[in-house]
Design a protein around this ligand. Structure first.
Ligand SMILES: NC(=O)c1ccc[n+]([C@@H]2O[C@H](COP(=O)([O-])OP(=O)(O)OC[C@H]3O[C@@H](n4cnc5c(N)ncnc54)[C@H](OP(=O)(O)O)[C@@H]3O)[C@@H](O)[C@H]2O)c1
Length: 286
């Protein structure tokens, strides 16, 4: 059998760990980059995956080091580039990756954030993702590289890594809280996001951008679903804003058509929420 070698950058992260897991299950050999391969907190969950002993190799690579990824990607039939700081208090947009958090008005894959708006609004994370994607498309075009971009919503679902990442904290923050923030998110299951990456890679006709986002739901609605799933859990019933306005962000829908055409089936939100909470319990986050 021909060895199928792929690279995953930022492999210890939340989404990337699931991606590595699925790739190993699909029979790929995975060259995984992490910043510190000797940090067991970042690597133990990867080396413990099924197939890792035979087909997972860890490499050290830091985004800001010029050429750090060159030797790792050499010989790979595909590269999944997910490495990027993923938090909202980034002070400048120097960190680039290919994925782009869709946070403002959009209807489908034709939409991009406006970099000027992001800069004026000091939305550094969003700016970094927008510039990263634009840079990637330009570089790919100029160098004849075939790229596909996955644009996920807010990812939730079980954690493989031992630490919390930014997107799941929106759920953890509801547990035991008095109030919920006046915000709407498009939560999507992390396993669906990982699966979309593989579907896009394995389908020769896949091209362009794919939004992988769930239905827009206000945090009050998320809190209600959690209450139905876990009646004894303390969950907020009040909005942090006095007016309890439900219109923090207009509840626009992002089209799922393109990614569904690749064969993705979305995990029901209730299951994603349940698996998230069970994962929090197992890891003793509350
Ligand atoms: N989670 C979401 O809801 C969501 C939604 C849309 C898009 N995204 C994008 O999806 C990707 C993964 O997100 P995630 O939630 O899985 O994030 P995460 O758990 O925070 O993982 C990010 C990974 O990036 C690596 N990284 C950070 N800075 C780096 C640097 N300077 N050089 C090399 N590696 C670096 C980290 O590596 P170390 O472990 O070595 O520190 C970490 O493993 C990111 O590009 C993010 O912007 C995420």
């Amino acid at each position: 059998m021909v060895e199928k070698v792929v690279c995953v950058t930022g492999a210890s992260g939340y989404i990337a760990s699931w991606l590595v897991n699925l790739l190993l299950r699909h029979g790929y050999t995975v060259k995984a980059t992490v910043r510190d391969p000797s940090d067991k907190k970042k690597t133990d969950h990867l080396v413990g995956l099924d197939g890792a002993k035979e087909r997972l190799q860890l490499f050290k690579a830091e985004l800001l080091d010029e050429g750090a990824f060159d030797s790792v990607v050499h010989g790979c039939i595909g590269v999944y580039h997910t490495a990027s700081p993923c938090f909202y208090d980034t002070k400048d947009p120097q960190f680039f990756s290919l994925e782009n958090l869709l946070l403002m008005m959009t209807a489908d894959e034709t939409w991009f954030s406006d970099p000027d708006f992001c800069e004026k609004s000091k939305l550094w994370y969003m700016l970094s993702k927008t510039l990263a994607e634009k840079t990637a498309w330009k570089f790919a075009q100029e160098n004849g590289i075939d790229i596909t971009v996955i644009n996920p919503g807010m990812a939730i679902g079980p954690l493989l890594q031992p630490t919390l990442n930014t997107s799941v904290t929106h759920i953890l923050n509801l547990i035991g809280a008095e109030t919920f923030r006046n915000t709407t998110y498009r939560f999507v299951d992390v396993r669906d996001v990982a699966n979309a990456h593989i579907l896009a890679f394995e389908n020769p006709s896949a091209c362009g951008r794919y939004c992988v986002t769930g239905k827009p739901l206000h945090l009050s609605e998320i809190s209600d679903i959690l209450h139905q799933l876990y009646p004894s859990l303390k969950l907020p019933q009040k909005c942090v804003d006095d007016e309890q306005s439900m219109l923090a962000l207009p509840p626009f829908q992002v089209s799922q058509d393109r990614v569904i055409s690749l064969g993705l089936t979305f995990t029901p939100l209730e299951l994603s929420l349940k698996d998230t909470v069970e994962s929090f319990k197992e890891k003793k986050f509350f």
